[in-house]
Ligand binder design. Sequence first.
Ligand code: PMP
Length: 336
Amino acid sequence: MSLPNEVMIKTMRKTITGTRPVWSAHPQDPAPASRSAVPLLSLIGDTPLVDLSDFAHERGVDPEVKVHAKAEWCNPGGSVKARPALRIVEDAEKRGDLTPGKILIDSSSGNTGIAFALIGAAKGYEVHLVMPANVSEERKALVRAYGATLIETDPLEGPQGAMLAVRELVAQNPERYYYANQYDNPSNWQAHYATTGPEIWRQTGGGITHFVAALGTTGTFTGTSRFLTARNPAIERISIQPVDEFSTIEGIKYLDTAIVPEIYDPTLPDRVVRISQERARAMARELGHGAGLFVGLSAGAAVSGALEVARELETGVVVTILPDDGSKYLSLGIFD
Ligand code: PMP
């Protein structure tokens, strides 16, 4: 509806000249935004589900099969790990394990470290992250950007050395720290049981038939699978792992030789799909060119696995997770 200019000006004047400024909607204003200002941490979760069905159909998947993926870079901090990091912090606060003045400490050079650093900054906790000294400069810079303190360990001892160093620091001064321990902390998978699982269920209208996710700490796969199975035991759960211990895909572990996280439930995967580093990288590139999605390598692995599963189906809804975007992997040169 359009109003004559005269009426419009009167409406504006009425608003401006009142005793106190009052905002009044004009008929020509755009519809009000659905969200007013909210606390940053409330933006964690509720990520979009992206429809990758066209991309899948162009790559040999039956037109009756849908392929969808959760855009987890939409979380503050840019990854899926904001979900468990927030739950770990808030559960520890509720138990009284994390109190003002205590330092949150963990060993992570990746997305969980970034998520802890940002949540610490938002809530006012000091965060210390222990990582091997050879971690890329862009990762160190990212956690520093959120004000976290870096403690570097011997690169030759790898992530394992960083984990042992955290345990030593905490043992020497237990009152000073809250040790988040994402690998063994049930709040990790519970975050996905409470959020990722219900979101996928709702966003597919209960229609999901196959859930595909890569394994790192295993929190995403474990929590989401448990929720979806409780809703519909017929949903197939497919985990993604590298083909061997030399096939490095950032964020994913080769569980056959790694220290298995305590939260891992080996009875959950109905099937394991093995993806090589080359395949993960090629799919990350292909998603950029073919779908307009700039994603990380574990997302490349997850979509590659999801398409492998989807190609075998005549009907179904395959859902996977895109844990982060490609920005932390630019220096690897894989997008060049
Ligand atoms: N991809 C990336 C990029 C990650 O950072 C992680 C977390 N390590 C994962 C996948 C695996 O998620 P989860 O730890 O929940 O198994």
